[in-house]
Design a protein around this ligand. Structure first.
Ligand SMILES: *[C@@H]1O[C@H](CO)[C@@H](O)[C@H](O)[C@H]1NC(C)=O
Ligand SMILES: *[C@@H]1O[C@H](CO)[C@@H](O)[C@H](O)[C@H]1NC(C)=O
Ligand SMILES: *[C@@H]1O[C@H](CO)[C@@H](O)[C@H](O)[C@H]1NC(C)=O
Length: 186
């Protein structure tokens, strides 16, 4: 119920505000590097970054994590069965990780936090990510498509949020859309 509400809200947004932008802003090409941005009514648009294996939203330089990096993604296929590969988008040589996959917590996880892992565990799902124009959606094994992304304020830095999946029953979670480009007016 909540899931479909959020999905409809995203589609509503697509059909009104962004219809024109969508026509010119397509999904990143296969093998083209892209960043991801969370876009929420009350919080504005902020980039997704890596902090110690967790997916965070905000400015990585505000993170208190010793292991915070801007992230560049690629996908080697447009298929939903192809995981999205993340790498640090930085010029330093001290990167502590590479080639990790973005995941949402699976239904057997007690966590609602998204993150990055080198190899998938049963409690993490690294497949299902697809683009609808520039918007990220998740297609489950039954073929249902939803966009149930949220952020929750984190104590790990000023203006830093955790990126969440399916967190609608948490009153402090803010629904966001996830997209591959910043809107041109932000
Ligand atoms: C990587 O970082 C640079 C510099 O901040 C930025 O211009 C570029 O868009 C980023 N690339 C991706 C794929 O996010
Ligand atoms: C999956 O399980 C491992 C090992 O118990 C744990 O460290 C990790 O945080 C879990 N991930 C999620 C998304 O629940
Ligand atoms: C990062 O921190 C500075 C203050 O140190 C603050 O002004 C800025 O808004 C923060 N950035 C974000 C994206 O919240």
């Amino acid at each position: 119920m909540l899931r479909s509400f959020v999905f409809c809200a995203v589609l509503g947004l697509l059909s009104s505000a962004s219809a024109g932008a969508l026509a010119t802003r397509n999904a990143p090409q296969v093998n083209e590097a892209f960043g991801l941005y969370a876009d929420g009514d009350s919080v504005g648009v902020h980039s997704l970054f890596y902090a110690g294996g967790k997916a965070m939203v905000g400015d990585p330089s505000n993170s208190t994590s010793a292991d915070a990096f801007p992230v560049s993604f690629t996908r080697n296929s447009a298929s939903s069965s192809s995981p999205w590969t993340a790498n640090p988008n930085s010029t330093t040589t001290t990167d502590s990780w590479s080639d990790e996959m973005l995941y949402i917590p699976s239904s057997c996880s007690s966590s609602d936090e998204m993150g990055f892992i080198p190899s998938e565990e049963a409690n993490e799902t690294t497949t299902g990510f697809i683009f609808y124009g520039q918007y990220v959606m998740v297609k489950n094994e039954a073929g249902d498509i939803s966009s149930s992304f949220y952020i929750r304020s984190s104590s790990a830095g000023e203006g830093v949020y955790s990126l969440l999946w399916d967190a609608g029953d948490d009153d402090t979670a803010i629904p966001v859309s996830l997209r591959s480009a910043k809107p041109s007016n932000s």
